[in-house]
Ligand binder design. Structure first.
Ligand SMILES: [Zn+2]
Ligand SMILES: [Zn+2]
Length: 146
C-alpha cells in the first residue's frame, strides 16, 4: 500500500455535522463530566433525537480533534468534558463512596513550576513530548466522611 494512502486512512476521522455540533454544545453550555447517556438524555429533553451510537461517534470525533477529553472515574462509565488549555487545566478529586467528582485548579497554579520540572525530566528521560497532564486524587468527600 502506498505511504500516502495509509496516512490518509489513519486520518479519516470524519467531519463536522449538525449532530456533532449539538453534542459539543452540551459541553459548551456548562455540562461537565457527562457520560454518553447524559448527553443523549439532555439532547432528548431539547427534542434533538440522536441515537446513542451517534452520540458515541460524535464524542469520539470530538476527542479525536482535541476538544473533549475522556475519563474513567471508577463508575464504570466513561465521562467526558471540555479539554482545557494546559495552563488552566482543572483536576479532579473523586469520592469513592458517592462518586462525586470535585474540580479544582487553584493549587495547581502554585505547583506549576514543580509540574514543569517533572515534565522536563520525563521528556528528557523518555524522549516523550508531553502536551497535557492530569492529576486525580481519590478519597472520601466531606459529606460521606461524617
Ligand atoms: Zn462522597
Ligand atoms: Zn473535570
Amino acid at each position: 500500500m502506498p505511504k500516502g494512502r495509509k496516512r490518509q486512512n489513519r486520518k479519516r476521522i470524519g467531519r463536522w455535522t449538525a449532530q456533532r455540533l449539538a453534542v459539543l454544545d452540551e459541553f459548551l453550555q456548562g455540562g461537565e463530566h457527562l457520560s454518553a447517556r447524559d448527553v443523549y438524555q439532555r439532547l432528548r429533553e431539547k427534542e434533538i433525537n440522536l441515537g446513542i451510537a451517534t452520540v458515541y461517534r460524535s464524542l469520539d470525533f470530538l476527542i479525536e480533534i482535541g476538544l473533549l477529553r475522556q475519563y474513567d472515574f471508577g463508575s464504570g462509565e466513561a465521562k467526558y468534558e471540555l479539554n482545557d488549555d494546559e495552563a488552566d487545566q482543572h483536576h479532579h478529586m473523586v469520592c469513592r463512596v458517592c462518586g462525586k467528582v470535585i474540580n479544582y485548579s487553584k493549587f495547581v497554579k502554585r505547583g506549576l513550576s514543580l509540574v514543569k520540572d517533572i515534565k522536563m525530566e520525563l521528556e528528557k528521560n523518555y524522549g516523550f513530548k508531553i502536551n497535557s497532564h492530569q492529576f486525580e486524587f481519590r478519597g472520601v468527600c466531606g459529606v460521606c466522611g461524617d
